[in-house]
Ligand binder design. Structure first.
Ligand SMILES: NC(=O)c1ccc[n+]([C@@H]2O[C@H](COP(=O)([O-])OP(=O)(O)OC[C@H]3O[C@@H](n4cnc5c(N)ncnc54)[C@H](O)[C@@H]3O)[C@@H](O)[C@H]2O)c1
Length: 594
């Protein structure tokens, strides 16, 4: 007969435990909430009160329901209070010895039929289970942060967990309104195994001063639609917890150097900069436990000053593909006269049709009125020649993604364009400096990377090479602001900010699938429901194109030579087989019927 979980225990009321208590109590389950000391208990109680008060203020919880929720929670110091519970969820710090000691104690104290669950993010559930005499009743129950909000729970079954225990825990997850994925015991399970390499790499960018904390977070929010940037997320997780997770993943997840904690994390932990919980991490918060960021010494001025920017009145766009069409549309809509040069294809029909279609769609959606539609088209000169670019102030190149093609074009632009013109390449995977050095004016050359689709994404990465002048960077930033875009400024490394962080994560997802650890649906689910991502990694891959992702990943790998960044063989094979995603009707999923 299935177990009834009417009274559960939660041990450790920190970042996760307090949220887990809330999840149970909100769903009618009585909770014994246990901490190690009175002050820690008071902190846990305050966290729960803050969270439920917030829910009441937002109209998501009635006052009477809040009071009923609190009446179901029995706050206690010490494990002895857990004698009569049906299930215990442990959420103490991520240290194996501590958890093993705790489980041995729980085994001694709790009834023989009690299920013991750990909320560990990365430690081996098996290692924890064998510290008890009931390993068949031990599971991983991995909630996500914040536990009351995130829908996913990873249920981790070890080789000794009894099948009926897994069934009953899965049923409990459903009763709590959660979606579970059940997986075996592997460091980082699904979501953290895909998340933490990315988070660690973002810290590496801060440490190397590659881009600012604000720009890295903005890039991932605006470039990928993520709910928060990696550094803000690390502050939410807690730097101490993140350090332990990375350490375990490095040691037990294949010694991938991408999981070796970036030294900056350890320094921050040692200095007590743990994130939101201590009031300071990558950002500064108005008080410990608060989500409100306050300005500090690293906060940039509210408006970026661009004192040296040169005026830009006319723009040339070279290229005939989808990106070129998007750029012609974006510049013309922002009021710039645009010369559209078809570049290497010699045909303007495609690009003018694409721009007209996009503008028609904008009118149909009510995003553009008929007069603006006409005015926008009137600003565009179709089929301009390269020679006609002699007088423009900015040229944006969007021709084929091949260094020789781009270099030849920039050599021609160098001959044709007047001095001081800003020359921009939209390359997403080639070194910008290679293109710049095809001209005699590398100081005026930079990268403008518009994440796909260019006409819709609000972000532009401004890529400066080691030869780009401050004036060119300022001009590019000012032009992007006139387009209504947010810019992030970064150096000339493969993938810039967004792709450098996104592509390895996508590649890791393919490796996980290839290893048979989880299915396409489970992995997509885990990232959407556990991390709040708008789309799962396989949805992203099918949308951007497997060939595009592979080319980008190859560029990142070529530059960094990090073994863990080598393209997944499965990705290579799918591309070879012509499974490119939506574009070819099949990628990781079959799209032929849609
Ligand atoms: N932070 C996250 O985003 C996150 C997400 C999912 C899972 N987890 C996992 O949840 C667990 C807890 O992480 P956290 O971030 O909540 O840590 P935390 O440091 O915020 O909280 C840990 C709590 O455990 C208490 N504690 C320590 N020893 C105890 C004991 N012997 N008995 C009772 N309480 C004790 C501490 O006083 C503290 O309040 C870890 O295993 C972590 O990997 C964390």
């Amino acid at each position: 007969m299935a177990r009834e979980f009417t009274r559960v225990g939660v041990v450790g009321l920190g970042t996760m435990g307090a949220g887990i208590v809330e999840v149970f109590a909100r769903n009618g389950v009585d909770v014994v909430a246990v901490e190690v000391s009175e002050p820690a208990l008071a902190r846990g109680r305050a966290t729960l009160a803050r969270s439920t008060d917030r829910a009441v203020a937002k109209g998501k919880l009635a006052e009477t329901d809040r009071d009923a929720l609190h009446s179901r929670v029995d706050f206690q110091v010490g494990l002895e209070a857990l004698r009569a519970v049906d299930l215990v969820v442990e959420a103490v710090p991520e240290h194996l010895d501590l958890k093993r000691r705790l489980f041995a104690e729980l085994d001694r104290i709790c009834r023989p039929d009690t299920i013991l669950a750990t909320n560990t993010s990365s430690l081996s559930v098996t290692d924890i289970a064998v510290a008890t005499d009931r390993p068949q009743q031990v599971v991983g129950l991995h909630f996500f942060n914040p536990a009351p909000v995130m829908k996913l729970v990873e249920v981790v079954r070890t080789v000794v967990t009894a099948a009926d225990v897994v069934d009953d825990v899965e049923a409990l997850c459903a009763r709590l309104g959660k979606v579970d994925v059940t997986i075996s015991d592997r460091a980082g399970f699904i979501a953290n195994a895909l998340l933490f390499g990315y988070l660690n790499q973002a810290v590496g960018m801060v440490e190397a001063r590659y881009a600012t904390r604000e720009d890295i977070d903005l890039a991932m929010k605006l470039g990928c639609g993520l709910p928060m940037g990696p550094l803000a997320l690390l502050d939410l997780i807690g730097l101490d917890t993140a350090y332990e997770i990375l350490n375990t993943m490095y040691r037990h997840g294949g010694r991938d150097r991408r999981h070796a904690p970036t030294p900056l994390i350890r320094q921050m932990v040692t200095a007590g900069l743990l994130g939101r919980k201590s009031g300071r991490g990558f950002y500064t918060y108005d008080k410990p436990g608060s989500a409100k960021v306050v300005p500090d010494g690293q906060t940039p001025a509210p408006t970026r000053t661009v004192p040296d920017s040169a005026p830009v009145t006319t723009v040339g766009v070279v290229g005939a593909g989808a990106l070129a069409a998007g750029l012609v549309e974006v510049f013309a809509r922002a009021g710039y006269p645009v010369l559209s040069v078809d570049g290497d294809t010699g045909s303007s029909a495609g690009i003018s049709d694409a721009v007209r279609t996009a503008l028609d769609e904008d009118v149909a959606r009510g995003a553009l009125d008929a007069a603006d539609h006409e005015a926008t088209l009137a600003r565009i000169t179709w089929s301009a020649t390269l020679e006609q670019l002699a007088d423009v102030d900015l040229v944006v190149e969007a021709v084929a993604e091949e260094s020789s093609v781009k270099q030849a074009l920039f050599a021609r632009l160098d001959e044709v364009c007047k001095p001081g013109v800003l020359l921009a390449t939209t390359t997403s995977s080639l070194p910008v400096i290679e293109v710049a050095m095809a001209t005699q004016r590398p100081a005026d050359v930079l990268g403008l990377h518009f994440p796909d689709p260019a006409a819709r994404r609000p972000l532009v990465e401004v890529v400066r090479t080691i030869r780009t002048s401050a004036e060119a960077t300022a001009t590019a930033t000012a032009v992007c602001a006139a387009l209504g875009r947010t810019t992030v400024v970064c150096g000339d490394r493969a993938g810039f900010v967004v792709d450098a962080l996104l592509l390895p994560y996508l590649n890791d997802a393919v490796r996980m699938l290839e290893a048979g650890y989880a299915s396409v649906d489970d992995i997509d689910h885990a990232m959407k429901l556990g991390c709040g991502y708008p789309t799962g990694p396989f949805e992203v891959l099918d949308a951007i194109g497997l060939d595009v992702a592979l080319a980008g990943q190859r560029a990142v790998y070529r530059e960094q030579r990090e073994p863990g960044l080598a393209p997944a063989p499965l990705l290579e094979h799918l591309v070879t087989a012509g499974y490119l995603g939506h574009r070819s009707g099949r990628g990781f999923r079959d799209h032929s019927g849609r």
